[in-house]
Design a protein around this ligand. Sequence first.
Ligand code: PPE
Length: 305
Amino acid sequence: MPIEPSEKIWMDGELVDWADAKVHVLTHTLHYGNGVFEGIRAYETAGGPAVFRLTPHIQRLFDSAKILAIDIPYTLDELVDATKEVVRVNGLPSCYIRPLAYLGYGEMGLNPLPCQVNVSIACWPWGAYLGEESLRTGVHMMVSSWQRHDPNAMPPAAKGVGMYINSQMAKVQAVKAGYDEAILLSPQGFVSECTGENIFIVKNGRIVTPPVSAGALEGITQSAVHRIAEDMGIPYETGNILRSDLYTADEAFLSGTAAEVVPIQSVDDRVIGDRGPITTKVQETFFAAVKGEVEAYSEWNEYVT
Ligand code: PPE
């Protein structure tokens, strides 16, 4: 999706003009893909822009960095404040926010430990990731022949820059075959997740989502879905899902910061159908919550002013 520029990008403590937010071509991360990032959204609310679950996202950035032995030279509070600052100065009512911790210029070679760690935080307006229409009509998915990586090859729990080569392989295959999105299986053959979203099926009134051990990222939207389902009295469970379970699901949907909550219309040309009742309820509550309209979830709205 094309990027719509905003005004300023936070780079290591400075607010830099959008056009000047550049790095050297010998930046280490550009060569070896070691770095960590987050995808966060701020939504327009009655109280001004509110970042959805900002603190858990920044906490996950630190967790990802720890897994990859990257020492971020800021505290959690500093990056939470910096994120709020960048949203505030850009004056956007809603936006997508992309914090990135990367290994900078100055070292070459595979040992990342001597590298300087730089942090940038950008934000810009971003619409519905899989299309406005898909929020209602659902997406067409294919199970990719590319597997999610084995946790002992690349830890899927870390939102690492290079990890997304795997996602891009699956995405390219799906798009070229005429589908909207791909689903990846774990090396053991269980459903893992999508290229940038968690997946859920609904069967006999129960929501089921794959565990981290099947290679899924612990999604912050996924945990919001969990809480919403629980509060509505909808049984929710984390458990292994087979490819055939996708085909016979009563409903299916995916969740992610960029994608939000999107129904799945079909998998491998097996029709699941239009947005079902449980998906609709969860989706509606999610969109009300991000806009600060649900008192019970007000701690999810981290206001920038
Ligand atoms: N799995 C993967 C692999 C993933 O990248 C994301 C987020 C999720 C699950 C959902 O996690 P959460 O956002 O915490 O609910 N993907 C981010 C990047 C997507 C992109 O295309 O870029 C995002 O949604 O911002």
